[in-house]
Design a protein around this ligand. Structure first.
Ligand code: GLC
Length: 479
């Protein structure tokens, strides 16, 4: 890949571009990051994970005092400008008696997911685990008196699913100002205050919040829940370099192997997080680790009236497009106020699981190949609102293929039925001398193939047509 497009890709995902790398914090970060090589393998093997947005906001389900509040469900406190005392009462009444950690973990497993990233504290400041640092947590503050993170941790171990944890380190609508005053001091003309509680601000300073809540809670979480696959920080827009570095380092000091996401801020992440529901336009250069967080409808936290569910075909498209560009896919579920994952989400995840059972080999542990995709069907996925406004109207054709690679194998992925019992893969032309065998995932035996009229033609004769309902994957063994 050309140097220019590498820089563009890195810049697009907020990855450090060369001029910034030299300072001392960066050097220290570099050493810590370099010690995590083995962990990158684990992360790449996993590829597909479940994100879970769940908190007191799930109980409100997108409605406040009879009014439907637009935008993301977990942002309801912000968009409805709920005073802190009133929101505290919402938290007090949160009693998700239907929550069962094993049901969630088993669903992730059935969907073919290898890891789960769960919320310990979102922007509303309410902790979803039993915290000694702040009594504003689900165990001490409610009648529920259980620690959902602890229960998930145990269930994940039981079912061999890796756990990662999300923590909103910078924004906390109950305490602090997310670094907004600090930003104004640095840049007096700065006026963007998106995400800051200005409707009922707390008197606690940002520094005080960071030192007395966020950092101690993170240390507590990392000690309480060892062996995390990743730590998911979020929304560090006003944080300075030192503060982001501190959050990276405190996680490293307790769990040196855990990968930290780029939303820790200021280019200190081990892996890149694309924008929400965004797929980068280019392939990851040098196979750098990255992840797209994505929703099943248009919200992360539960909204009772968001029924814009993504279809099975659309979900396969996201999985395949992301894998062919070398990324991981962290797909969200938003359980309701009782702790139940919506039936539509369960249905689609089970369908995905069936596809993954047969074809997951083309996703787990793979990297991008020298061609990412052939065929004319393209769609740019830019953000949650972009997807909400555009919808998904792609019709895949038999000429569309995505590619991944693992060791000596190249996987050729189609998302629709082939033409007349055969398929033609243009990108295999030129490497036909290296091809040792071609198989179809889910079937025993080798497929016949030949080069005819300058085309690599693979026979799919005598294969039951319903096998191709959602496409197929060819496994090409190279010499
Ligand atoms: C954004 C949102 C947040 C959501 C997250 C998921 O940062 O603020 O609500 O948790 O993205 O990627």
């Amino acid at each position: 890949m050309k140097r220019y497009s590498i820089i563009m890709f890195l810049a697009l995902l907020g990855f450090p571009v060369f001029s910034q790398i030299q300072d001392s914090l960066k050097l220290e970060w570099g050493k810590m990051n370099a010690s995590k090589d083995a962990q990158y393998e684990v992360y790449n093997d996993a590829k597909f994970g479940m994100f879970i947005h769940w908190g007191a906001y799930s109980e409100l389900a997108g409605t406040w005092k009879g009014e439907k509040i637009p935008k993301l469900g977990e942002w309801i406190m912000y968009h409805a400008q709920i005073p802190r005392d009133e929101y505290r009462s919402v938290c007090k009444g949160f009693n998700p008696t239907g929550f069962d950690a094993e049901t969630w973990v088993k669903l992730a497993k059935e969907a073919g997911m290898k890891y789960i990233v769960a919320m310990t504290k979102h922007h509303d400041g309410f902790s979803m685990y039993h915290s000694e640092v702040s009594s504003f947590n689900i165990y001490d503050y409610t009648a529920f008196k259980r620690d959902p993170i602890e229960e998930l941790y145990t269930a994940c171990k039981k079912y061999n699913i890796r756990l990662g944890l999300y923590y909103s380190h910078s924004i906390d609508w109950m305490e602090g100002d997310a670094g907004y005053a600090q930003k104004k001091q640095e840049v007096p003309t700065h006026s963007d205050h998106y995400g800051v509680n200005l409707w009922d601000p707390s008197s606690i300073s940002y520094e005080n919040y960071l030192e007395n809540k966020a950092k101690p809670q993170m240390r507590e979480i990392l000690k309480k829940f060892p062996d995390l696959i990743e730590v998911w920080y979020d929304f560090s827009r006003f944080m300075n370099k030192q503060q982001s570095f501190d959050f990276y380092k405190l996680a490293y000091d307790i769990q040196p192997k855990t990968l930290i996401n780029s939303r820790v801020g200021n280019d200190f992440g081990d892996f890149l997080v694309a924008g929400d529901n965004q797929i980068p336009t280019t392939v990851s250069p040098e196979n750098k680790a990255w992840e797209t967080p994505g929703t099943l409808n248009n919200t992360w936290g539960y909204k009772s009236y968001d029924n814009d569910w993504k279809s099975y075909d659309e979900m396969l498209y996201w999985i395949v497009e992301i894998a062919s560009k070398g990324g991981n896919y962290l797909l969200n579920v938003g359980p309701d106020g009782k702790g139940i994952i919506p039936a539509e989400s369960v249905k689609i995840l089970k369908e995905i699981g069936k596809w993954m059972k047969v074809n997951g080999e083309a996703v787990y542990g793979t990297k991008s190949w020298n061609t990412q995709k052939e065929g004319a069907t393209l769609l740019e996925m830019k953000s949650t609102t972009d997807r909400e406004e555009k919808g998904f109207n792609l019709k895949f054709t038999p000429q569309d293929f995505w590619f991944t690679q693992k060791g000596n194998y190249v996987y050729v992925i189609s998302l629709t039925k082939p033409l007349e019992n055969k398929t033609i893969v243009k990108s295999l032309l030129g490497c036909q001398q290296q091809i040792k065998s071609i198989k179809l995932l889910g079937l025993d035996g080798e497929l016949k193939w030949k080069v005819e009229m300058n085309q690599v033609l693979i026979s799919l004769q005598k294969i039951k047509n319903n096998l191709f309902d959602h496409g197929f994957v060819l496994k090409v063994e190279m010499k």
